[in-house]
Design a protein around this ligand. Sequence first.
Ligand code: UD1
Length: 374
Amino acid sequence: MRIVHVVGARPQFVKLAVLVRAVDADAGLDWQQVVVHTGQHYDESMSARFFEEFGLAPPARNLAVGSGPHGAQTGQMLAGLETAFAELAPDLVIVYGDTNSTLAGALAAVKMGIPVAHVEAGLRSFNRAMPEEINRVATDHVADLLLAPTREALAHLEREGLAARSHWVGDVMADAVLRASDRARRDSEARVRLGLAGRRFALATVHRAQATAPAVLAGLLQALDECARDFDALVLPLHPRTRAAIQALDPDWQAPPGWIVCEPLGHADMLALVQDAAVVLTDSGGLQKEAFLLGTPCVTLREETEWTESVLAGGNVVAGLAPGSVVNALHRLLACAPSRSALAALAADCYGQGQAGARIVAALIAFREGRDDD
Ligand code: UD1
């Protein structure tokens, strides 16, 4: 069987690495794995660095689509993927998460009659203003095999009439975190490099369209500054979109005292900082989960989350984007978050103890056998 993995954006490289490794680890499989990169993320710090860090071969193809309005970006991906699939003749295409690359990979494949598996299926924010929500819903409804990371995600798929194609497998990001966090803590030099040794710090990230809109971003930066006063430092690794949005807002912007603003970090460095941070403030889905798995309390800078387990566990407060509610959420969380070990144990229960990669391989084998029987 020839599998083509379609990826394009930073969080997908983490998920890809787990699955490539799980397939390679099964000595009984003679599956060929090919990676096609759409080029949605192209900065070294957002893309190539992760292939190196995870020991992945560079992608067989890079469509170099780059940035653009959603329709144009997705359309260019569709055209490029159609050509790539025609040449590579995959038996199965695997797509990850909820980005424009996910939707393009799924659509291009189904239109060519190629079966599609969706890793991280069934997540819902129920906010249709998010491009990611449209990508998830559309991908789930065209894909052939839906691999749900949580019981809640599986329940969403069942409610949408997709039960026959759906399996609970656990979360591949839990596999990545459980595998890499001890080594990250030991080996990462990020704390020393950023001057954080011995300091109590908050770790913040912001990248989504909703948070980087000019009117919202200005208030959010103020809120983060108010939050920063509770700590020795606030670390903000800057996504290129956010860097550009801050520049557009105020070309003379300077990070306030106590802030440490840096380039996007590699995965091990990020895990090391999450483990040591007093709190994480983020609009990222992946980082919410990494914080939960590592027992670090999290303030979510969005109006809703797909990852509700951490909220129910008391380790995550969905603050919205209004400055006052961000600061209130932080204070509420610091006052009553459960212990780190309690949070980490609950997270491991929710996300599958690091077995998601192996479960996905089992689901792929069963899927292939089912098709061979047809
Ligand atoms: C995308 C995903 C989002 C995911 C995120 C992870 C969609 C709709 N969104 O958002 O779900 O959480 O990736 O980062 O697919 N840019 C660069 N260099 C890069 C990449 C981006 O400069 O390597 C800048 C460009 O100005 C671009 C902007 O960032 O216009 C936004 O990039 P884009 O890929 O459209 O969306 P993300 O915000 O990264």
